[in-house]
Design a protein around this ligand. Structure first.
Ligand code: MRU
Length: 346
């Protein structure tokens, strides 16, 4: 089996009756799948980051709607109101990744068709969102690998791999495809505060036999100064129409450092991550997570003088991005034209 069609790591599995979610908070120590039978469970799985990564959040939410329709349809004459309430609950699970709202809109448009029996169509829509995402990642992998021709080293941030998507990954999809073509040294930042790089990215690459070198986030400037990397490759949680891209906190710092060191920055994301109606990144809601996720336990008490500021995304301006890679094509130097040109590309 080639790496192309192998799904070494699967964050989400639809069983036919339930959604199985790989609990990413327990990786790499334990591989534990939790099974969800209703939208409330899926909402909790997203909010608590058992499932994470923009495309995976959207796919999970779509299956959450399937579970809602299955639970309420025919059991209640008010099933549409109940499903609408579940959709609202799912939409509140996390604010920054636009794929969540995009996927819920897709599901709503199936419900709006007023089909007599929506069960089949609603499941088909969720499965299509899932399989389209995997296909998009393979396409981006090839397009991104074309750009990386001749590169000797790359760095990635957070986890934008199979774990964060339907499969194969966005940034890690590009790295997987490039690695198949040429030797490539891969560095991953640990990615505070949740350490997705340390816990997830290097583990996921190792599952595919791709050697990865972990660095402390604070070592990134020195790594760039050493000349070891030509590109930084990241995913995105929301891309505004002008090309500004929200991604895991620390991406903006890397972009600023990259400019200083002549390193290029690639953002790989499916078009479901583009918020066509958002003119620029200033309008993107940045999720602030609980300070308890950052603070050592000894500081978590009522009279503590120590608090934490815990934004988990930042926005990299388009002018610091060299290429945005999507399944519909590549935008080089997005600051010049934004990403609007991709909107009507089939
Ligand atoms: O907070 P997370 O872990 O959900 O954040 C995920 C990221 O920032 C990823 O890098 C991003 O979603 C791109 S995923 C393909």
């Amino acid at each position: 089996m080639t790496m192309q069609n192998k799904l070494a790591v699967q964050a989400l599995q639809w069983t036919g009756d339930a959604l199985k979610v790989l609990d990413q908070r327990q990786l790499p120590d334990k591989i534990v799948y939790d099974e969800y039978n209703n939208a409330a469970g899926v909402t909790e799985a997203i909010a608590t980051m058992r499932v994470r990564g923009a495309p995976a959040i959207g796919i999970a939410a779509a299956y959450g709607v399937v579970l809602s329709v299955r639970q309420h349809y025919s059991a209640s004459s008010h099933w549409r109101q109940k499903v609408a309430a579940d959709i609202e609950m799912l939409a509140k699970s996390r604010p920054t990744a636009v794929n969540l709202f995009w996927a819920l809109d897709q599901m709503k448009s199936v419900l709006n068709q007023q089909l007599d029996n929506p069960l089949k169509a609603i499941l088909a829509c969720a499965e299509k969102i899932h399989s389209d995402d995997i296909a998009a990642n393979h396409k981006m992998g090839e397009l991104g690998a074309d750009i990386l021709a001749g590169a000797k080293g790359v760095m990635t941030h957070c986890n934008a791999g199979a774990l964060a998507t339907g499969g194969y990954g966005t940034a890690l999809g590009v790295i997987r495809s490039a690695y198949q073509r040429q030797p490539l040294k891969v560095y991953a930042g640990e990615t505070r505060p949740w350490n997705q790089g340390a816990r997830l990215t290097v583990w996921e690459l190792a599952q595919d036999g791709i050697p990865a070198t972990l660095i402390a986030d604070s070592a990134a400037a020195w790594l760039m100064k050493s000349g070891a990397i030509d590109w930084i490759i990241v995913g995105a949680d929301r891309i505004a129409a002008n090309g500004d891209a929200a991604n895991k906190i620390g991406t903006y710092s890397l972009a600023v450092l990259a400019k200083q060191h002549g390193v290029k920055l690639m953002v790989a994301a499916p078009t479901s991550t583009i918020d066509w109606n958002m003119p620029n990144g200033d309008h993107i809601e940045i999720e602030q997570r609980n300070q308890n996720e950052l603070l050592p336990a000894c500081y978590i008490k009522e009279d503590s003088l120590v608090s934490a500021w815990n934004p988990v995304f930042d926005v990299t301006p388009a002018e610091l991005i060299s290429a945005i890679v999507t399944e519909r094509g590549v935008i080089l130097n997005p600051a010049e034209q934004g990403v609007r040109g991709l909107k009507n590309v089939i």
